[in-house]
Design a protein around this ligand. Sequence first.
Ligand code: URA
Length: 236
Amino acid sequence: MTSRYHRLDRFLSNRLQISRSNLRLLLAAGRVQVNGEVERDRQRRVGPFDVVVCDGEILQANRPRYLMLNKPASVVSATRDAHHPAVLDLLPAAQRQGLHLPGRLDFNSTGLLLLTNDGDWSRQLSEPENQVRKHYRVTVEQPLTDEYVAAFAEGMWFEYEGIMTRPAELKIRSTFEADVWLCEGRYHQIKRMFGRFDNNVLTLHRLAIGNLMLDETLKPGEWRELSALEVSSIFS
Ligand code: URA
């Protein structure tokens, strides 16, 4: 992801399509405000959530948005898809602007998905040093044994990517049901890990990301905004 911060002069010249010399005059005349303060420094960095006003006209006033959604099965984790309903289609059109998914679930997986327009927050969620664990509930076709617990904890070699998976925790809940915690998200990771035991995953539901648990009052396909506390405490 590229930096979403731009120099004020670049930002203004993109928006206003004016020459460099006019831009300097505009700034020198104190006609530009950033977050309510007159700004004359053309090198000032402007982020996606800074409010920029010129001559009283709002050029940018995005507010950061953070949503959780209970993903139903048979929906693609994408902003749009040519063949199937996409997650963003579950939101009213007026709510979709600028949102992306910081992580995905497979087509038939269900549960907690996040949506945001804040690229920095998304990046932090996926940074390995932040160790944001994801909690899944899985049902499988064949009985589970303690061998699974050890193999998940040890990590598995993924030939295609040429990597060892990071230690994962598996807790057996009953013969065919387990909880799994991962701190990474490789392609079809859980299915491939159970696949090592020739065991098919029948259902896969994400219950939590970091400290953020799926709101149990959300029915499949429903969503809500996160509180400020939820946004920050997801990492702690
Ligand atoms: N692992 C999978 O195999 N699928 C998911 O949707 C999430 C994790």
